[in-house]
Design a protein. Structure first.
Length: 93
C-alpha cells in the first residue's frame, strides 16, 4: 500500500478523499515524533491499514534515528501490546 506523505502526516486518498491518515508533530528539539491521531474510514477498518500507517512512521523515525511518543490511543495500545517491536523507538522522557 502506497501512502502519501507530507510533513506531519501519512495518508491514503481515494477519489480525492482522505480515507486513512496518521498525524504527528515533532517535539524534543526535533528528536521525537509525537503521534497525535490515527484515523481510518469505517469502510476500510479491519484491514490492518492503521498498523501499516504506524509501521510507515516507525520506519521513517528509525531511518532518521528519531524516537516516537505515543499520544494517540491506538498507538499507545500498539506499543503496549508489542513491546519487543517498539521498545527501541519509544520515547521515554
Amino acid at each position: 500500500m502506497d501512502f502519501q506523505h507530507e510533513p506531519g502526516r501519512y495518508f491514503l486518498q481515494q477519489n480525492d478523499k482522505t480515507v486513512a491518515e496518521i498525524t504527528y508533530t515533532t517535539i524534543n528539539n526535533g528528536q521525537t515524533y509525537a503521534i497525535n491521531a490515527t484515523n481510518v474510514d469505517p469502510s476500510l477498518r479491519g484491514q490492518g491499514i492503521a498498523a501499516k500507517l504506524l509501521d510507515t512512521v516507525v520506519a521513517e523515525a528509525h531511518d532518521k534515528h528519531i524516537s516516537i511518543k505515543a499520544v494517540c490511543p491506538y498507538v499507545q495500545k500498539a506499543f503496549a501490546n508489542n513491546p519487543a517491536k517498539y521498545q527501541k523507538i519509544e520515547y521515554k522522557p
